[in-house]
Design a protein around this ligand. Structure first.
Ligand code: B1M
Length: 208
């Protein structure tokens, strides 16, 4: 069944994905495994794009299909109970429209006990700064970037938060495929994590 999920995401079966994921859940496959299969498939989609075997529209439909698939397992991934670690602000940096990874981080952080304020995609540095100022009880902010060309916007965002004197209020977490721990340290972020699960664990630690 996991193979059906992978094929459906890869080939953008938007209308069928919810049923396929639900059947897979009903067969007893853990939600985490279904999520991992979909994440791996986006890697396959990216590789095909790089080899010019598919183009932006196909990549977009695959992304939309994954989002729909994730919505089926979302209740199974999210934990229970209200927020106990305060607020977590998250967004994808200016110029960058990728949001699947950011959404997964938001979902895992929420299930770890945060109230998540999601600023969306293509978020200018000033908007991060404003949101942190408007939420003085927010202790952790997450900044996502998926393109090598938007790593600079991540640097600008982190600098803007630091220059606004907000690093005494919030810890800054960064992540996304092109980001490395070295880059995170270089731009002054407090933490880098490679995936959504470790981001949630780190957020709890930083909010501590
Ligand atoms: Co784009 N894209 N894309 N794309 N896209 C990539 C990123 C690319 C690697 C594909 C490739 O060439 N192999 C490539 C970037 C190359 C580079 O920069 N070196 C690329 C490109 C080039 C582009 C365009 C420039 C294409 C064009 O127009 N010619 C364009 C740029 C648009 C823009 O942003 N301005 C573009 C557009 C798009 C779509 C809109 C079509 C679509 C996005 C739709 C959407 O997100 N709503 C899309 C997609 C789907 C992809 C791929 C195929 C999949 C991305 C994804 O969702 N992965 C991607 C190829 C790939 O990743 N292999 C690709 C699954 C997701 C779960 O993983 O986002 O990495 P990821 O998130 C992970 C971790 O990174 C981490 O946790 C997540 C889950 O565990 N993480 C964090 C993420 N944020 C974090 C924050 C944290 C901590 C961890 O703390 C705060």
């Amino acid at each position: 069944m996991l193979d059906d999920v992978k094929t459906a995401v890869e080939t953008g079966k938007l209308k069928k994905i919810e049923g396929i994921v639900q059947e897979t859940v009903d067969e007893g496959v853990p939600a985490g495994e279904i999520l991992d299969a979909m994440i791996a498939t986006m890697g396959v989609v990216g590789d095909k794009f790089q080899r010019n075997e598919i183009f932006v529209p196909e990549m977009l439909v695959a992304a939309l299909t994954m989002k729909k698939g994730v919505s089926v397992i979302q209740p199974l991934l999210a934990g229970e109970g209200g927020p106990k670690h305060g607020k977590f602000i998250i967004g994808t940096v200016a110029g960058d429209l990728h949001d699947i990874g950011k959404n997964l981080v938001a979902l895992m952080v929420e299930s770890a006990g945060f109230e998540v304020i999601d600023l969306g995609v293509d978020v200018p540095a000033e908007k991060f700064v404003e949101a942190i100022k408007e939420n003085p009880d927010c202790r952790v902010v997450g900044v996502s970037a998926l393109l090598t060309t938007t790593m600079e916007a991540m640097k600008i965002t982190v600098e803007a938060i630091i220059n606004a004197g907000l690093q005494s209020q919030v810890k800054i977490m960064v992540g996304g495929a092109p980001i490395t721990p070295e880059f995170a340290a270089e731009i002054g972020a407090d933490a880098y994590t490679p995936d959504a699960g470790s981001a949630a664990t780190k957020a709890v630690e930083l909010a501590g």
